[in-house]
Design a protein around this ligand. Structure first.
Ligand code: ADE
Length: 414
């Protein structure tokens, strides 16, 4: 694509997202007026696409110097990265299809800014600060973490006493996981699978590994599109929940025999292994919606195949030695971003409004916070929820004084 076409595409995508991100828009209005982040340096590693651009530009317009790169080598929208550099004056190093070496080089360039704050998705930036870039640790006042996998890593670091600054667990904000992890991942995963394959969902046996908020969303949307949905879980309570939500529940080995499509969304490794691949039907489609590309064993697929080749933009066909074919989408990386456009705009609007407000909260309170992982305060969730309702034109009831007293009292019964 010609450079000017790429630029226009990126600008259009960013402006489209900005138009529809009304919650973040309200937050931005105040931030710009108050110059909330004046003089700060903020390093960001988030999936570099249009909605992320709107968040980065919000922080920049609020007075910060910002550098951005992607948190995954396949999740960049190159038109957006190009437009950020050329049109919006925001240094961005992301590029779709980066090698691992270039991916880490880009993370390093973000850190070269000497950040006061870091916004991370998957904790790679934070991990680098604690290992290869320790010389910068002293300046960093805190960080936000966007995703389940990152929070898991950071809680493990905090438990060992290895974490050196406070981190806000944006992922665990109610307004984040309820909508982003469930409705966002639900819709964008289906979008990624359908864009990659152009195959019908209705009538397929669709296996979802993991029934956390992401898995719940994927299962719900696959069911809504007419698939027979099977859930695989390791947690006994979630397994019952999946069953009562109307899904078949079984171990992966059994599900793999029946599956037309398998999606992994666990945040854990080795979810789909050689033993599972061995029993798959001819033509089974494999996709991952978890943060890292270690949920589906690509090594096993490689070893078990006579050959493999790209058969569509984001589809690799593996010809197994047993004569069957298996299709891997997006190289086992986040299918919703690598083969789709990420979560819908209005969903990321809420998540990124939380991100922006958490950064403000962190800058206000970082000096009083010990190094640890912190939950997002309820009032920030409530602020985002109220702005969202307002932008949707929805009014809700309020408790009367009598009702407020009633819910707080233990004396009054019926
Ligand atoms: N777009 C930007 N960040 C994203 C995320 N974490 N998940 C899905 N889409 C996104």
């Amino acid at each position: 694509m010609a450079r000017n076409e790429l630029l226009q595409k990126g600008v259009n995508r960013i402006e489209w997202a900005k138009t529809h991100m009304k919650v973040l828009g309200k937050v931005r209005e105040r931030f710009v007026k108050e110059k909330t982040f004046e003089g700060l340096k903020v390093g960001m590693a988030l999936h570099t696409e249009a909605k992320t651009a709107v968040l980065a530009l919000t922080i920049q317009e609020a007075g910060a110097e910002v550098r951005l790169t992607s948190c995954n080598p396949l999740s960049t929208d190159d038109s957006v990265a190009y437009a950020l550099n050329k049109e919006y004056g925001l240094e961005t190093y992301a590029k779709k299809g980066q090698t691992n070496k270039d991916y880490y080089k880009s993370l390093n360039k973000v850190l070269d800014i000497g950040p006061d704050y870091v916004i991370d998705d998957g904790a790679d930036l934070i991990f680098m600060l604690h290992t290869k870039r320790k010389e910068l640790l002293g300046k960093v006042k805190g960080a936000n973490e966007e995703t389940t996998t990152g929070v898991m890593r950071l809680r493990a670091m905090a438990q060992e006493g290895a974490l050196k600054f406070p981190v806000m667990s944006v992922n665990d904000a109610y307004m984040k996981y309820l909508f982003d992890n469930r409705y966002g991942t639900g819709q964008s995963t289906m979008d990624g699978i359908m864009s990659a394959t152009n195959l019908v969902i209705a009538g397929k046996t669709f296996v979802v590994a993991g029934y956390g908020w992401c898995g719940r969303g994927i299962a719900m949307r696959a069911k809504g599109m007419g698939a027979d949905v099977v859930v695989c879980e390791v947690d006994s309570i979630r397994a019952i929940e999946a069953k009562l939500d109307g899904f078949a529940v079984m171990p992966m080995r059994q599900a793999a025999m029946e599956a037309d499509i398998i999606v992994s969304a666990t945040g854990c490794k080795d979810v789909i292994t050689a033993e599972d691949i061995k029993v798959m039907k001819d033509g089974c489609v494999l996709a991952n919606s978890g943060h890292f590309d270690n949920e589906i064993s690509k090594a096993a697929l490689g070893k078990m195949s006579r050959r493999h080749k790209k058969v569509r933009e984001s589809v690799e066909e593996y010809r197994l030695r047993n004569g069957r074919k298996v299709y891997l989408l997006a190289d086992g990386r986040l299918v919703n971003l690598a083969a789709g456009q990420g979560h819908p705009v209005e969903i990321m609007d809420m998540s990124f409004a939380i991100q922006a407000l958490c950064l403000e909260y962190l800058d206000f309170s970082a000096q009083t916070l010990e190094p640890d992982v912190y939950d997002v305060p309820d009032h920030l969730d409530d602020t985002v929820a109220r702005i969202k309702l307002e932008t949707m034109g929805i009014r809700i009831d309020r408790l009367s004084k009598g009702q407020q007293d009633y819910v707080r009292s233990w004396r009054e019964g019926t």
